[in-house]
Design a protein around this ligand. Structure first.
Ligand code: GLV
Ligand code: GLV
Length: 330
């Protein structure tokens, strides 16, 4: 009989059909995450699982599912994986990088522009029937072209945003990252490496695109917000938890920065109530990679990883390739 695989949340039927050519597949057909005990129960006898990025894969789950050998995320981020616990047990994790880079950079730029130019705030005003007259400074926002674009986290998505800003909008680009880009990539993005303090002080628009790790928890909190320009905008398309949402709401309320655009939140899908009550924020429900073409490509890559690993041992995008030499259960 075929090896068994679990699909932990509803996804494109074509993705399930491809998996079914190779595996006996059980699926969650709903958009609800299974509670941990349910996920563990469903994983019994499964060698692989298709995850969407929210299912927590930790030591407790791995110990309760000794047959599991691969967790394939349909997301570039993999902070739902306890990678050390997986590696220690010889369980492979894969993510879905590259296929979402340009789409996500498009969205980051859209959120930057909507935030700087106060699109949401002005639309709510119009819809509420409050547009009865013109005034000279009505919804006057911040300049985008020619301004200074700051990027914290200069991976592929950060570079995509830098290119859009530098080449499309004539922005001066500064960035901070754990490591510096090569001179060739810096030239391509027209981006200048700066210390984090300088990034915070000089950016007119600061976009966060760094992965979530415990070390990045609250990378932007009250102290960092205090260093930013009072006219600055902050955009988070990275992960909830990178920003201290309570501190941000307070800064927005007191106009210590001008505005924020947020696609990710601490504890999402819940949103800090203070963020819901300040006007100078654009809020979207974690949709930066959401085009049909890109979501299909992400699902296809997760499926490719499951098929390739379980049939040939050669996944396309492993996050802990060190386990490949010493696979679980062999
Ligand atoms: C989405 O947030 C992803 O990590 O792909
Ligand atoms: C992160 O992996 C990115 O693609 O920016």
């Amino acid at each position: 009989s075929k090896p068994q695989v679990l699909v932990a949340r509803a996804v494109f039927p074509e993705a399930v059909a491809r998996l079914s050519e190779h595996f006996e597949v059980e699926t969650n057909d709903s958009d609800e995450l299974w509670p941990k005990a349910e996920l563990i129960r469903r994983l019994q006898g499964k060698v692989g699982v298709f995850t969407t990025g929210s299912e927590r894969i930790d030591a407790e789950l791995l110990d309760a599912c000794p047959q599991l050998r691969i967790c394939a995320n349909m997301a570039v981020g993999f902070n739902n994986f306890d990678v050390d616990a997986m590696t220690a047990r010889g369980v492979l994790g894969t993510n879905a990088p590259d296929v979402l880079t340009e789409t996500t950079a498009d969205f980051g730029f859209a959120l930057l522009m909507a935030t700087a130019r106060r699109i949401t705030e002005s639309e709510l005003f119009l819809r509420a029937g409050q547009w009865t007259k013109w005034s000279f400074d009505m919804f006057a926002g911040a300049e985008v072209h020619g301004s200074t674009l700051g990027i914290l986290g200069m991976g592929r998505i950060g570079q995509g945003i830098a290119r859009r800003g530098a080449h499309g909008f004539g922005m001066k680009v500064v960035y901070h990252n754990r490591s510096r880009l090569s001179p060739e990539l810096e030239a391509d993005c027209k981006a200048r490496y700066v210390a984090k303090d300088e990034l915070l002080r000089t950016a007119d628009h600061l976009v966060l695109v760094l992965p979530y790790t415990p070390a990045n928890h609250h990378s932007i909190g009250a102290d960092e917000l205090a260093q930013m320009k009072p006219t600055a905008t902050l955009v988070n398309i990275a992960r909830g938890g990178i920003v201290d949402d309570a501190a941000l709401a307070q800064a927005l309320k007191e106009r210590r920065i001008a505005a924020a655009g947020l696609d990710v939140f601490e504890g999402e899908p819940r949103v800090h109530p203070d963020l819901l009550s300040v006007p100078n924020v654009v809020l979207t429900p974690h949709i930066a990679s959401a085009t049909i073409a890109t979501r299909r490509a992400m699902a296809d890559l997760a499926v490719d990883n499951l098929i390739a690993f379980l049939t040939t041992g050669q996944p396309r995008t492993p996050v802990n390739p060190q386990v490949l030499g010493r696979m679980r259960g062999q």
